[in-house]
Design a protein around this ligand. Sequence first.
Ligand code: 5GP
Ligand code: MG
Length: 180
Amino acid sequence: MSATEIQLHDRYFAPYLDADKIQAAVKRLAGEINRDYATARPVFLSVLNGSFMFTADLLKHVTVPCEVSFIKLASYHGTQSTGNVKTLLGLDINLDGRPVIVLEDIVDTGKTLHEFLPVLRAHGASNIEVASLLVKPDALKYKDISVKYQGISIPNDFIVGYGLDYNGLGRNLQDIYVVK
Ligand code: 5GP
Ligand code: MG
């Protein structure tokens, strides 16, 4: 085991994206959003748990007037998607006529957004876009899902860190690691 490798539960993970690279992607996304939403007063809807770090860091660089709220969904158990998206904590903000930017840590199969975006539309959101720190283009199954603001594109590997967990561990890491 090399010095920088980490262990979480039974699995080993290798360094994959360092904090500087992550922060550069976050700043770039904030710049794109600042440019596109200069007058629109968007609502950021952060999908918990995985997006909490991305949300906090992104919003520090968002300079346009905006609101932020949180929703909790889950579709993963261990390293495999269960295919079932459960809404665990509902919307607590009026979206009627509001432009919404959904904040995701990672878009994998797209199932979470495929199920969640229609719910937002039903709440009257006027224009819904997605900002995701990470995307796995090779894993995308739901072709109706498009991520307008994409941070870093990665292969179809299981990763942890910067909000993302392996059975509860690893969310606190400031770098991102890939399973070995
Ligand atoms: P999707 O519904 O697009 O298949 O998956 C979305 C959610 O699955 C993400 O928001 C994230 O919470 C979780 N997920 C997808 N890929 C990974 C991964 O590589 N590592 C971890 N820890 N979670 C992932
Ligand atoms: Mg997520």
